[in-house]
Design a protein around this ligand. Structure first.
Ligand code: ATP
Ligand code: MG
Ligand code: MG
Length: 144
């Protein structure tokens, strides 16, 4: 069960929890984990701690910040004894990129945070986790 697990990374605490659970399951089921991150103008700078006021719309800065978000996740997974099989950084709509990565890998589970970095809205689920759980062709786990 759970041969391939896709974990959605956005640099948030919820995504960190998603990664912890993914690593735990991966060790139990000998699953391969794939990390997916889709750098966004509004959130990558926040994710690496620059603060909202210093968001730089320069695409190079976003690309750099995206790499940092992924590097941190790889470091965390490795420390938990789980080396990711693939680390995908892809531009586009985050939910679409997560769904594409899951289909390409023939993943049998997607794990993501219930919320992410855009905590302003009062919804219980964020827009990305909502769209992914609605459209996914495999099991999805959203974690707090
Ligand atoms: P919203 O973005 O709708 O304002 P939010 O940021 O609180 O709300 P989501 O963006 O849906 O909530 O985040 C829920 C989870 O989806 C995150 O914990 C993460 O696992 C995944 N996710 C969100 N954005 C991305 C992204 N850019 N790349 C990869 N995964 C993402
Ligand atoms: Mg978000
Ligand atoms: Mg958003």
């Amino acid at each position: 069960m759970f041969e391939k697990i896709v974990v959605a990374i956005d640099g948030s605490e919820s995504a960190d929890s998603a990664l912890e659970i993914a690593c735990d399951l991966a060790k139990k089921y000998q699953s391969e984990i794939h990390l997916v991150h889709s750098p966004q103008l509004e959130t990558t700078a926040i994710a690496v701690g620059y603060g909202a006021v210093e968001i730089n719309p320069n695409p190079k800065a976003v690309e750099e910040a995206g790499k940092q978000v992924m590097d941190r996740a790889v470091e965390k997974a490795t420390a938990l004894g789980c080396v990711p099989g693939e680390c995908i950084i892809s531009n586009g709509d985050p939910a679409d990129e997560i769904l594409k990565a899951a289909e390409a890998a023939k993943a049998d589970l997607i794990i993501m945070g219930r919320r992410g970095l855009g905590r302003l809205s009062s919804l219980i689920l964020g827009s990305v986790s909502q769209k992914v759980s609605h459209d996914a062709q495999c099991a999805c786990l959203t974690v707090c």
